[in-house]
Ligand binder design. Sequence first.
Ligand SMILES: [Zn+2]
Length: 94
Amino acid sequence: MLRSRYSEQNVNIGNETFTRNKTEIYFCDNPDINKIMYAMCHELTHMCIEDYETGHGAEFERIFTFILKRAAALNVYKTITFPFVYCGVNVHSP
Ligand SMILES: [Zn+2]
């Protein structure tokens, strides 16, 4: 699913982090690469879910946990301690 939607041309820098139409990801400009990787995993999870109405439900949590573990195993992400601030947003839990 993700492979068909994801393209490196669809990753952009903006003022906030979000996914548009499950095909484009925007990141706020942040100097902490690990927080950006966390946000990338979060937005990739949104791209993986078919249902636009799902939001952050059980399916999201299952896929997000899987992606975070894979990112950590690949050493592109280090587990973050909650809460933390990312681009002005308080993140309290995955
Ligand atoms: Zn989200």
